[in-house]
Structure formats: C-alpha cells, structure tokens
Design a protein around this ligand. Structure first.
Ligand code: XMP
Length: 310
C-alpha cells in the first residue's frame, strides 16, 4: 500500500463528500478512530467536531489521555458524559449479542443527538475491514456495522456516515497512523473494542462490575507491556468460586487473563508467558482487585475462540 497516496486520496474524498458542511468524529482513543480523526482534521480543520463519548466502559484514565494526545497535535477534543445512558441500556442484559445490540443502539442514538445538536451533517467513523468481515460472517455484531447488515443510519439515527479506512486491516491502519504523525502511544496501541469493557464482562454490565474489570485490565496491561502483545485483556466471569481470605470462606470473583498475538485480528495465537509473570498477575489481581479470589490464563487461540469474550 502506498500510504501517502492513501492519505491524499482519503483527505480529498472527505473534503469532497462534506463540501462546505461540518462533520463529527466519535473518538475513542483507539488507533482506528484516532486515524480517522486526523484524516478528517486534515481535510476539514475546525469544521470537524472531535467528540469523545464517555460511555463508562473505557479503560482507566482514557478520556484525559486522549484529550492530551490530541491537544499535542493541535486538535481539540470535547468529552460528552453519557455514562448513565449506557448503563441504563445495559441494565438486566446478560446475553452476549443482546449486550452488543444495546450498546450499538445507545451509541448511535447518542451520536445522532450529538450530530443534530452540533449542526454537523456527516459522521466520520473508523470501521476497518476485519469489523465488516466478522460481522458479515455472523460471528458477532461489531458495534460500528450498520449498512453492511441492512441498517440505514440516516433513517434510523439521522446519520450520514463516512468510513475512510474501511478497506484496511489493523497493521495498515498503524502505517497510516504513523505517517499522519500520531504518537506511538496511539499508533501502536492495542486494539480496544467499541463496546469497551462490556466485551470483557460475562453476565450483566453494571458500574461495579466494570470497576472490577477495569482495575484488572490496568494490571494486565502494565505487567504485559514488555511482551507487546497484539492484545491483552482481563475478563470477569459471571460465576463465583469458593475461596479463602484471612482464614474465612469467601465466594470470590473469577478473572481470566488473555494475551494474544495477531496481525489482523482474524486469527490469533496465545502468548506463551513465563511462569513468573503469570504468578505475578495472579498475585497482583487477587491483592489489588477487591473480591477476586481466582485468576485463570486462557490458552485458547482464535479459532476456535474469539479474542473478546462476548
Ligand atoms: P473478536 O472478539 O471478534 O475480535 O475475535 C476481533 C477484534 O475486533 C475487536 N472487536 C471490536 N472492535 N467494535 C470494534 O471496534 C466491536 O464491536 C468489536 N468487537 C471486537 C477485538 O477487540 C479484536 O481486536
């Protein structure tokens, strides 16, 4: 791929589609949406509204990190607190696909409202090739797929959507991100799914359960950073297991740790972590994440497993 020619083409295509109107980009801080935000900013300058939706499902310190990284690039990011709306939509939902659909519907309704209140006509979105392929194969409904599965974003949510990187795979998006001058903490960042920590919770997604998995996720990322996995995650199980704390029986939470290598997220192999690293993960998670008494390491490649748990 000729990266510079790709950037040039996409900047021109965005300018041509948007004309003299304005556009909005929903930025999560991941490499895909960040790349699209910079492409959009090159094309439209201040006519692009960069919005970070705080859905309550993000990693630790995500909002300020994204705002800071973009401020260094001269791009202003606005934060919208939609936490309550997302938790209300997810309340009582336990089925994997039902949770994905509830997330997607809330995400686009929130965006539809943001677009109409900001006066933007277009929305730029960081859909990539793997998202489309996985959803079309019927494996799981990725949060950002609409038209490809027969949902018209204009009539359903009032959104006109542009997807400048929908033909690229993750490693190609990283090449574009580097060429656009995004800092390594974004261009080399692990993929993080749109529905955020909700994909790492089996059973109901509540603020308390998100807090548990968020804490464990931060430990996993910190401990596994030296291995540069394609993706590493902490997952909270729906069941509990009998444990012991200070000599007393404790029905504790179960956390699974997953670390995989992959090029395009379509297949993935498990990272062979040294035993002492696995032991440290177990010790830290049980000591630092309230209520956890069991930590597992997931040995399953993709396929037969998928990378996320829902
Ligand atoms: P799976 O779990 O299908 O994930 O093996 C493949 C890659 O896609 C990410 N993923 C998502 N990304 N919206 C996204 O933007 C989603 O709904 C979504 N679901 C999974 C996942 O983190 C992995 O990198």
């Amino acid at each position: 791929m000729d990266v510079l020619a790709f950037i040039d083409e996409q900047v021109k295509a965005i300018r041509q589609a948007v004309g003299s109107d304005t556009a909005l980009v929903a930025l999560s801080g991941g490499v895909d949406s960040s790349t699209v935000a910079v492409l959009g900013h090159r094309a439209l300058g201040d006519r692009l509204d960069c919005l970070y939706i705080d859905d309550g499902l993000m990693r630790k310190n995500e909002g300020p990190m994204v705002q800071g990284a973009f401020a260094n690039l001269g791009i202003k990011v606005r934060i919208l607190d939609a936490t309550e709306r997302f938790f209300a939509a997810l309340k009582g939902q336990v089925d994997a696909e039902a949770k994905r659909k509830a997330f997607r519907d809330t995400f686009y309704k929130t965006l539809g409202d943001a677009v109409s209140s900001s006066g933007a006509v277009w929305m730029l979105q960081g859909t990539i090739a793997a998202d489309v392929i996985e959803t079309q194969k019927g494996i799981k409904t990725q949060h950002n797929i609409l038209e490809q599965i027969g949902i018209d974003p204009l009539s359903k949510y009032g959104l006109r959507i542009l997807e400048p990187i929908r033909t690229l795979f993750k490693y190609q998006v990283r090449e574009v991100a580097r060429a656009l001058g995004l800092p390594p903490e974004i261009s080399e960042r692990q993929p993080f799914p749109g529905p955020g920590l909700a994909t790492r919770i089996l059973g109901e997604v509540t603020p308390e359960r998100v807090a548990t998995v968020r804490e464990a996720q931060a430990i996993v990322e910190e401990e596994l950073a030296p291995f540069s996995p394609f993706q590493c995650l902490a997952v909270l199980f729906d069941d509990r297991a009998t444990g012991i704390r200070e000599g007393q029986r404790e029905l504790g939470q179960i956390i699974a740790v997953r670390a995989v290598n992959s090029q395009d997220a379509m297949t993935a192999s498990v990272v062979q972590l040294p035993w002492d690293v696995l032991v440290r993960l177990q010790q830290r998670i049980c000591a630092e994440v309230p209520g956890v008494t069991k930590v597992l390491y997931d040995l399953t490649p993709k396929p037969p497993s998928t990378i996320e748990y829902i």
